[in-house]
Design a binder for this molecule. Structure first.
Ligand code: SF4
Length: 735
């Protein structure tokens, strides 16, 4: 008898969705793959949520795009086209707009799910090929306030400046505005282990979420008031003499101003603003300060506000004042959301940045990157509009748009207006894997490869750079985003500079990032094949890393694990043998912060109301978020039967008191009306939410689209919209 065919090889890779970037194995055969547990990857140790487990369904979905589409003037409809035609029509559309209205009339909109290589190539494509300053991406909606606050306080933005594995070993975690039990379920184990080890968990969230149910203490402030909450806690810390004066003296600046701002926020005042009682504030301070080490972790709750940078800054001030930063098992961190939320903001698809997390307005940065790109630094455009401002300018100052990896018709604030702006464009090209709600509006749709069909790197929420590997052959009618950029660049007169091989692009990215804040120069595909990711900054051995991060001296470098306590109470990483490659930097700021003087900066912040406070006409607060079975705009997960069965549509979560006042029973339709529009969805009556607040998940288009309602008021520093707070009224809907 013939020998049985060998089982197809397992390909170790990572989930296509959130910033945890869970490890998984794919077993490929022909055109299909199945997910097999990958227990060796330390972040998730084999665990996956339903989204990751079912991710292959999108690869073989009947509704995935398998050939380009071009809108035909005769019918007004998107119809099949060849790649040659689709690329030619796209290049013509971009070229024509540039010729008529100037380079800045052409916009580019990227995504936080694009690989590092794609994000890098997209930024280069915009600035070198199109010559436009108008590029930004949907990560601006996701974590930009935390990034701005991180930079302001520490001089460097890496979401978590320590690995996830440190969380169970700290003494107390304050988790602000994160429902990770639903957004990234495998990460919940870090909090469970924390509590198993005797640590305490404080959750700050207006809703009693599944994550809040795990907490030792749940604080439920009115949405948009957590800045005041942090100030009230800091006030009590000072009043009780629980500041770490030695740390403040040795490693920070600006304390007196920050202290004065906090002392103006009396606990009784904070109780009136937030609705959180003074006894609860005192309990939180006791838990936090009794712990030998503590962490503050924020997510979209405090960040997606028109004062998000200051709100995160208030939480950072609390960590600094208690000495909980710049030492092991303590610190402030941001739980990034999108799959490449971290890497996506480092390589140049952001309006104000160049690769390596360099600033676009820094002459030295421009000169370095221009040299790598082989262009004159003076030819590089300056900073452009932020994401919402770019979308708002469509059809007016920006007349043509190339969009990759984003679905703003569902995910942008004031979405009906954004949809109208997209419709008003002279030309729109969208690269995506399915016909998303935004792709439906396009003049050209370019079908691109998916995660398991291509190789590339991602950077997870810890700053760990990972390799996603190709496990199966893509359908013949699709191309990778890199191939799309290569093709368009050629048609627009740039034959060279846009390779299609991801490893070649990564090699250029390494050179462009070298010496920058996010230094990838010492990371190679070979290393990523052999290691479980490498944390940036990772300069080439012997190179000098920027201030504030570990500098390898004389060829010696730092060890990735096991920092040891030094005689001064701060930690040192043991030296490695001379000539060793730099191991990467799992823990930042242990010796100094990345500011010019090496000190963390307190920033004085004060409470202010949301941009749109409630009033007699709109008396209820709307806050938005996610559910476990859907991801972001749902473009992929709404195409998976199992996920749709678990989460088939939007809902309006409201308290029984509010439901009774309205006369609405569980499951009955309810209309939510804001100054920007109206959304209708079934009521979900629950005591888990404050009586003055309603919650809607934002994954769906159509009548129940939550972002029809949200307020695009922007944070003045990060330019992040205020998704988390707006004023609404509720109306009964006749059944
Ligand atoms: Fe892990 Fe996030 Fe993927 Fe779920 S969606 S499997 S939590 S990476």
């Amino acid at each position: 008898a013939p020998a049985p065919a060998p089982a197809p090889a397992l390909v170790p890779t990572h989930c296509p969705y959130c910033s945890l970037q869970c490890g998984m194995n794919l077993r490929g055969s022909g055109e299909t793959v199945e997910v097999v547990e990958r227990a060796d990857f330390p972040v998730n140790r084999g665990a996956l949520c339903g989204k990751g487990r079912t991710a292959p369904a999108v690869l073989s979905s009947r509704v995935r795009l398998t050939g380009p589409l071009v809108r035909r003037p005769a019918t007004g409809r998107l119809e099949p086209a060849t790649w040659e035609e689709a690329l030619r029509v796209t290049a013509d559309g971009l070229r024509r707009t540039r010729a008529r209205h100037g380079a800045d009339a052409v916009g580019v909109f990227g995504g936080g799910g694009l690989t590092n290589e794609k994000a890098y190539a997209l930024g280069k494509f915009a600035r070198v090929v199109l010559g436009t300053s108008q590029i930004d991406y949907n990560g601006r909606f996701c974590m930009s306030s935390a990034a701005a606050a991180h930079n302001r306080a520490f001089g460097l933005d890496r979401g978590l400046p320590f690995p996830l594995e440190d969380i169970p070993r700290t003494g107390c975690v304050v988790l602000v505005g994160s429902n990770l039990a639903e957004t990234m379920p495998p990460a919940l184990r870090y909090l469970t282990e924390l509590r198993d080890n005797g640590g305490k968990l404080i959750v700050v969230d207006p809703r009693r979420t599944k994550t809040a149910e795990q907490a030792d203490l749940h604080l439920a402030p009115r949405p948009g008031t957590d800045l005041a909450l942090a100030l009230g806690l800091l006030h009590l810390v000072v009043a009780q003499g629980r500041t770490d004066e030695a740390f403040i003296e040795e490693r920070t600046t600006g304390w007196e101003e920050a202290r004065a701002a906090a002392m103006a926020h009396w606990p009784e005042l904070v109780e009136r603003i937030t609705g959180v009682g003074v006894p609860q504030l005192r309990s939180a301070v006791a838990m936090f300060c009794d712990a030998p080490n503590a962490m503050v972790l924020t997510a979209r709750g405090p960040e997606q506000q028109s004062k998000g940078t200051d709100t995160v800054g208030a939480w950072i001030n609390l960590a600094l004042a208690t000495g909980n930063a710049g030492r092991p098992l303590a610190g402030y961190g941001c739980l990034t959301g999108q799959g490449n939320g971290q890497g996506g903001r480092e390589h140049g698809q952001k309006a104000d940045q160049l690769p390596g997390y360099r600033r676009l307005d820094d002459p030295a940065a421009r000169a370095h990157v221009a040299a790598v790109w082989g262009v004159d630094p003076g030819s590089l455009p300056g900073p452009g509009r932020s994401a919402y401002e770019l979308l708002d300018a469509l059809g007016r100052d920006v007349r043509a748009l190339l969009l990759m990896g984003s679905n703003p018709v569902v995910s942008a604030p004031r979405a009906a207006h954004v949809e109208e702006r997209l419709r008003s464009l002279d030309f729109l090209a969208v690269a995506d894997v399915v016909l998303s709600e935004t792709a439906e509006l396009a003049d050209v749709v370019l079908p691109v490869t998916q995660w398991a069909e291509e190789t590339g790197t991602m950077t997870n929420l810890e700053g760990r750079v990972l390799l996603r590997r190709r496990a199966l052959t893509p359908p013949p009618g699709v191309r990778s985003d890199l191939e799309v950029m290569h093709g368009l660049a050629g048609l627009l007169g740039h034959e060279k500079g846009f390779p299609t091989d991801p490893e070649e692009v990564f090699g250029e990215l390494r050179r462009a990032s070298s010496g920058g804040p996010a230094d990838y120069a010492g990371i190679s595909y070979r290393r990523l094949e052999e290691e479980q990711g490498v944390f940036w900054p990772c300069p080439e051995t012997g190179a000098v890393a920027p201030d504030g991060v570990t500098v390898p001296a004389g060829g010696a470098a730092v060890a990735p694990d096991g920092p040891t306590e030094g005689p001064d109470g701060h930690t040192r990483q043991p030296d490695r043998p001379a000539g060793s490659p730099h191991p990467g930097t799992p823990r930042l700021f242990l010796d100094r912060f990345a500011t010019p003087d090496g000190r963390a900066r307190f920033v004085p912040v004060v409470h202010r109301e949301a941009a749109e406070p409630t009033d007699a006409e709109y008396p209820v607060v709307l806050t938005t978020g996610r559910v476990v079975a859907q991801y972001q705009s749902g473009a992929q997960t709404r195409r998976v039967d199992e996920l749709n069965a678990a989460a088939p549509g939007p809902f309006v979560e409201l308290h029984p008191q509010l439901a009774a006042r309205l006369g609405v029973a569980d499951g009955e339709p309810v209309a939510v009306v804001s100054r920007r529009g109206r959304a209708v969805a079934p009521a979900r009556v629950s005591e888990a939410i404050r009586p003055d607040t309603v919650f809607m998940p934002f994954h769906w288009p159509g009548a129940g689209r939550a972002n029809t309602l949200t307020n695009p008021a922007l944070d003045p520093t990060s330019r992040m919209p205020e998704f988390k707070v707006c004023a609404v009224r509720l109306e009964r809907v006749a059944a």
